[in-house]
Design a protein around this ligand. Structure first.
Ligand code: GLN
Length: 542
């Protein structure tokens, strides 16, 4: 019999950061979902910022936006790509939000005379956020809530979260398990793998009162029985509960690797959940196509943060999904536009790609380099996909070179420009706070039937997520349309242009939204798919 209570899996990390805790948590979620369980994933982030929205992408990587407009950690993107977990502001909590809420209540007098210090309210608030995530879906109950704790055990700032999950489990012993993700290095000189860092990490967890039920060990060489036995003995977990997460060819292979080790059965058993076999055939097929591409497509990514591998994470994944859908593989050519902003034309050294994508961004660094990229693509009929800022680039380029408004610009780059073809809406002009004040979250968009956008989506109305302040200036709308820049998608209630395309071009499309947030390897995004289709066509004929 299935228990009425939601179950909880807490995922912590030790030894090193960047071990792929988010991918491990997502893989567990994916397997449980394939067993017919309704899951929700959640990330607790120990940093003191309220959200990552105001952080530099170099430090934080991408900001993942949910339908309800929360600016969240990029691990939520993994959750989306691996599972169908609901994702909203309930799916990510930071220390900053927790402290902010508690301190606001303290100042308001909510705790007057009740406690001397607010610390217990901090752990209560964290537990409250976990419960809120597990109960977010109204009547359709969430069976399992998987809670990933950011950072590494031993970090001072993650202590309140670890204390909260210790208490949470103490209050619901039957309904919780702990999974600890660690690293088992292979020492070349010694010719063997080393378990000591894992032992130390588990010791550190135990000092806080948490004992893991499962250990997921990241390793370059698969763990043999002897190593598993050693970890089992010293870390006090069953041998079968030591799961190896050896480096795999693609992250999407990880759930298959976990499945082969039976983690899903052991978890459902530990949580007294019904266990059904998983049908992983579609997923398997997808992984096989990733591993056997028919051809390689070179896509130029022209953005300020190309050196950081996580800054455009969802875009890279979405390109990858669409390429796999067409049986291909993408090779990303990372182009830094601030290296050629003074040049009048797109440098020959970067011209060999089969298509170009300009991702979202803020500020004027690299702006002029992006404009010459768009000019090159438009004039030479090379596929171009502009996302958010990339759409604004396309609009400014068209205004300057086609409408001959040579001084046209976005007011973000040049506030007093004579032709503000991209500008702020009146309501944005009075906003002074930077955090959480953009146009955020999902908005509906009507598509014109005769357009590349419609060809992609095959729907009259779509919905995508936003994160920007500036908009196409409607005063120029007619001039654009007359000259061949079609506005193929609009948010009608707000009178805003959402999608633009060059009519006389095989595929040059710009979207004000971020479609990359809604692509899965098994459900690639339609716009990325049609872009890749055009890229394949270009590669074939050029
Ligand atoms: N900086 C632009 C704006 O605020 C684009 C933002 C983005 O690309 N996400 O409108």
């Amino acid at each position: 019999m299935q228990s009425k209570q939601s179950k909880y899996i807490f995922v912590t990390g030790g030894v090193l950061s960047s071990l792929g805790k988010g991918i491990a948590a997502s893989s567990i979620g994916m397997l449980l979902e394939h067993m017919g369980l309704k899951i929700a994933l959640m990330k607790l982030d120990p940093y003191l910022n309220v959200d990552p929205g105001t952080m530099n992408p170099y430090q934080h990587g991408e900001v993942y936006v949910t339908d309800d407009g929360a600016e969240t950690d990029l691990d939520l993107g993994h959750y989306y790509r691996f599972t169908h977990s609901p994702l909203s502001q309930k799916s990510n909590a930071t220390s900053g939000q927790i402290y902010n809420n508690v301190i606001k209540r303290e100042r308001r007098g909510d705790y007057l005379g009740k406690t001397v210090q607010v610390i217990p309210h901090i752990t209560d608030e964290i537990k409250h956020r976990i419960l809120a995530c597990a109960h977010q879906e109204g009547d359709s109950k969430i069976d399992v809530c998987i809670v990933e704790i950011g950072g590494t055990v031993g970090d001072i700032e993650s202590l309140p979260f670890l204390e909260a999950i210790r208490q949470f489990r103490n209050e619901r012993a039957q309904d919780c398990i702990n999974v600890h993700v660690t690293y088992v290095p292979f020492l070349k000189a010694a010719g063997e793998v080393k378990t000591k860092p894992t032992q130390h990490s588990v010791q550190a967890l135990r000092t806080i009162g948490i004992s893991p039920d499962f250990i997921i060990a990241r390793c370059e060489v698969a763990l043999n029985d002897e190593v598993k036995e050693k970890i089992s003995l010293f870390c006090n977990v069953k041998k079968e509960a030591v799961i190896d997460a050896v480096d795999v060819a693609t992250i999407y292979e990880l759930p298959l690797h976990f499945h082969a080790q039976g983690i899903q059965e052991m978890i459902t058993q530990a949580l007294a959940l019904p266990s059904k076999p998983c049908d992983l055939s579609a997923w398997n097929l997808m992984v096989q196509s990733i591993k056997n591409p028919k051809g390689i497509l070179k896509i130029g990514i022209v953005g300020k943060y190309v050196q950081h591998q996580d800054a455009y994470k969802s875009i890279y994944e979405a390109l990858h999904h669409a390429a796999v859908h067409h049986g291909h593989k993408v090779e990303l050519v990372k182009i830094e536009p601030d290296t050629f902003y003074k040049e009048k034309s797109f440098p020959a050294a970067y011209q060999g790609c089969d298509g170009y994508l300009i991702p979202g961004g803020f500020g004027d660094r690299g702006w002029e380099g992006k404009i010459v990229t768009a000019a090159f693509c438009r004039e030479n009929k090379v596929p171009y996909f502009g996302i958010c800022l990339g759409m604004q680039v396309m609009v400014v380029e068209f205004a300057r070179n086609k409408l001959k408004l040579i001084s046209a610009n976005s007011t973000e780059m040049e506030i007093e420009t004579e032709h503000p073809v991209i500008s702020l809406l009146e309501e944005q002009k009075i906003v002074t706070d930077r955090g959480g004040t953009m146009r955020l979250g999902s908005y509906p968009c009507k598509l014109q039937r005769k357009s590349k956008a419609y060809e992609a989506y095959q729907k009259d109305e779509i919905s995508e997520r936003h994160r920007h302040r500036y908009e196409l200036n409607n005063n120029y709308r007619n001039d654009f349309e007359k000259a061949g820049l079609q506005i193929s998608g609009s948010y009608e209630d707000g009178g805003l242009a959402e999608i633009v395309e060059i009519v006389d071009h095989p595929w040059m499309v710009g979207v004000q939204s971020h479609p990359e947030f809604k692509s899965r390897p098994t459900e690639p995004h339609p716009l990325f798919c049609t872009f890749i289709q055009a890229v394949i066509e270009y590669a074939r004929t050029n």
